[in-house]
Design a protein around this ligand. Sequence first.
Ligand SMILES: [Zn+2]
Length: 392
Amino acid sequence: MEDLGIIEDGAVAAAGSKIVAVGKTSDIRNECSASETIDATGKIVCPGFIDAHTHFAFAGSRERELELKIKGAGYLQILQSGGGILRTVRDTRAASKDELLRICRERANNLLIHGATTIEAKSGYGLSLQDEIKLLEVINQLNVDGPLALVSTFLGAHAIPPEFEGKVHEYVDLLCDDMIPVVAKRHLATFCDVFCEKGVFEIDDSRKILLTGKQFGLFPRIHADELYPLGGAELGAEVGATSADHLLYISPSGFEQMKRSGVIATLLPAAPLTLMLDRYADARSFISHGIPVALGSDLSPSCWLENEQLVMALACYKLRMTPAEAVMAATINAAHSVRKGNEIGSVEDGKMADLLVLNAPDYRFLGYRIGVNMIDTVVKRGKIVVRDGALT
Ligand SMILES: [Zn+2]
């Protein structure tokens, strides 16, 4: 994950939506003529960032919970008192589809301005057939509208809805018998995800949900071993998940099985930060096991982060990843985490022209310089969509 393949004094040429040539500026100038050029002298050019884990589609906000967290309330404690996810479920159910489109379009633009050109976007704040479909339709509509590309994930198994309190198995039946078949039949999602956690969806329920999704053509991914060592990483390996995410409490056998099954570790350093935990994922062990590491923001109402540059900085400072590893994790590995590694995530001939120009003289500024937006230009599918840091 250390070799970025940097070209000094490099240039990249695009035609239509695709990259057609990459090399030294003098060679590219000889080979290609262009109707429009972007001067990136003194700056770096890199692939558009891919945020591999977001709870993108939600209404409302939960700023008051910050004070509760500061006073020591934990995630499950806030959830059990009717706050947390369930508060957002109420707000999101109450929002119309048009209202959600408006809120989410603004959010998509924020992500784009900070350098994300593709994100994974989960449902999971509807928790009923009708409200989950509403969220997936919003995600799919924004993907069609562009310019940000969204890869849709069905996360009906995000929490137990209030009307199913104490009846988790009945809700799992609803997910498997009604919701997953409809979501799949209407092509509303690429992935099926589950919040596999003690007291929420435990291993057997998570297995049933992921295997049902798989049977209907949805690729599995899993929230694994975030707060408690439950064996989520092993389950991810068992069901052939594309990615297992969080992984703060992964066991030694979890590492072995993820490696053997080729599961990507999507790490989310802003999650423990905003949960005020002292524990972070052991990125160095994933890398030394040869498990590909991707990064995601975990954008949600409790972790409201729309800047992948900050995710990369947290990966450096809290996960002890090098800036080069963080760049890989936020580009090509994240592309594989959303099953688009053949289309995006690197600056290569034939790939989508999703490119960033950063106001930075060296890639190590990603990680090193924090709290400002270094994005100068964003090119999405060959079109300039952000110029001088602003939407065009
Ligand atoms: Zn998540």
